[in-house]
Design a protein around this ligand. Structure first.
Ligand SMILES: NC(=O)c1ccc[n+]([C@@H]2O[C@H](COP(=O)([O-])OP(=O)(O)OC[C@H]3O[C@@H](n4cnc5c(N)ncnc54)[C@H](O)[C@@H]3O)[C@@H](O)[C@H]2O)c1
Length: 364
């Protein structure tokens, strides 16, 4: 069990992060003794699997369950939660606990940041993505018909409880999807994390408790470091978009059939290739990084209509003027953001990337 503190300077806030096996047990006495009223937001799937463990340690709480799925991350759900909070007489001292993956975390954060102009928030993330990424950093929100995450706030939780026990019941798809964000953290800022993943591929696939806790902790530290420097996403936080420019295109063009992390993995594959063709990394580094993604079993190539892809990427909020901004590697464990590249160049490199992935890499 590890404990980190994330000190946010604007607005001044100390966020405690407990991480590792049984983190919920370690956090329970603080949670039970600090707040005399608590509301837990979760979904029916998570509650079904984890209610005994959760209720054994967290006492005397109101429970609000929603349906499972991204499509419930909307204002209807938010307004039902507001009504529930009013009905139970929740006050500014009531702690709001989001118990679930990124969907629950985003809704919980939004409700906590707006109800009574802000009430205490505790994240208990249950997916790998939520533990290493979405629970850290204070971004909250919900979707509109017109687009994902169009409404939201920045609101830091008081506490994040990342219990690795929850990861054992994740589907292979959700686990691998979250793992892509762990690998991303290594590529952009922590070469030791990449070393660790490379030398423990099989143990990671088997979800060995020790190695998972170790890589999770390192990925969390990367996110903490980035968030500390750029709380409100004015600069450095863009580095977290490594793999996300093409990844987003893959998600949109496949109508979100490809899970987020899988799309990001393929996007990272291309960004690694671009980093090589721009002369930032060596061929050896590129092959090493691509082999890591292949070794984890990610598909690195999707057949996409490049004209449609161009319009998706250009419509993307990361685009400034006519050029598209990319996050590229300067070495394994070091990235740079805001690299503007012309779409025609990108389209040419997408074809070269395709040839590379289909070839025997060593003969490329
Ligand atoms: N706020 C941020 O900074 C941020 C960052 C990245 C993503 N997000 C958001 O996160 C969301 C995606 O989060 P996600 O990938 O965690 O998806 P999710 O919350 O939909 O969870 C994925 C699935 O796993 C199930 N699940 C959760 N925990 C489980 C467990 N321990 N055992 C078994 N099943 C479990 C859920 O019920 C769901 O079916 C998106 O809405 C995205 O916009 C937010």
């Amino acid at each position: 069990m590890e404990e980190f503190t994330l000190n946010i300077s604007y607005p001044e806030r100390e966020v405690k992060i407990l991480t590792g096996k049984n983190a919920l047990v370690s956090a329970s006495s603080y949670i039970n003794s600090t707040f005399n009223s608590k509301v837990v937001l979760t979904n029916k799937n998570i509650w079904n699997i984890w209610k005994e463990y959760f209720s054994e340690h967290i006492k005397d709480f109101y429970l609000f369950q929603i349906e499972d799925g991204e499509k419930y991350k909307n204002y209807k759900t938010v307004s039902e939660i507001y009504k529930y909070l009013v009905s139970i007489g929740a006050t500014r001292k009531t702690a709001f606990i989001g118990f679930g993956g990124g969907v629950i975390g985003d809704i919980a954060g939004f409700v906590a940041s707006t109800y009574h102009r802000g009430i205490p928030l505790i994240h208990v993330p249950t997916t790998l993505l939520a533990q290493v990424d979405s629970s850290i950093g204070g971004k909250t929100g919900y979707n509109l018909r017109e687009g994902k995450n169009l409404v939201g706030t920045f609101y830091q939780p008081n506490l994040i409880v990342s219990d690795s026990l929850f990861l054992h019941t994740l589907s292979e798809r959700e686990f691998k999807s979250g793992l892509a964000e762990v690998i991303k953290a290594g590529f952009i800022m922590d070469y030791k994390l990449i070393d660790l993943i490379e030398s423990n591929l099989n143990m990671i696939k088997k979800r060995d408790e020790n190695i998972i806790s170790e890589i999770m902790k390192r990925a969390q530290l990367v996110k903490i470091k980035v968030v500390k420097e750029d709380v409100e996403e004015q600069g450095l936080r863009a580095i977290l978009n490594f793999g996300h420019t093409l990844g987003h295109g893959i998600e949109v063009l496949t109508r979100w059939k490809v899970p987020h992390g899988y799309a990001v993995a393929a996007g990272m594959g291309f960004a690694i290739f671009l980093s090589f063709s721009m002369g930032y990394i060596t061929k050896g580094e590129m092959i090493r990084a691509i082999n890591l993604l292949k070794g984890m079993g990610y598909r690195l190539l999707y057949k996409l209509d490049y004209t449609m892809l161009e319009s998706v990427i250009k419509r993307d909020k990361k685009k400034k003027e006519d050029l598209v901004e990319w996050v590229l590697l300067k070495s394994i464990g070091k990235a740079e953001f805001g690299i503007k590249l012309d779409m025609n160049y990108i389209k040419g490199e997408l074809k070269n990337y395709e040839k590379f992935i289909l070839s025997d890499a060593s003969s490329f």
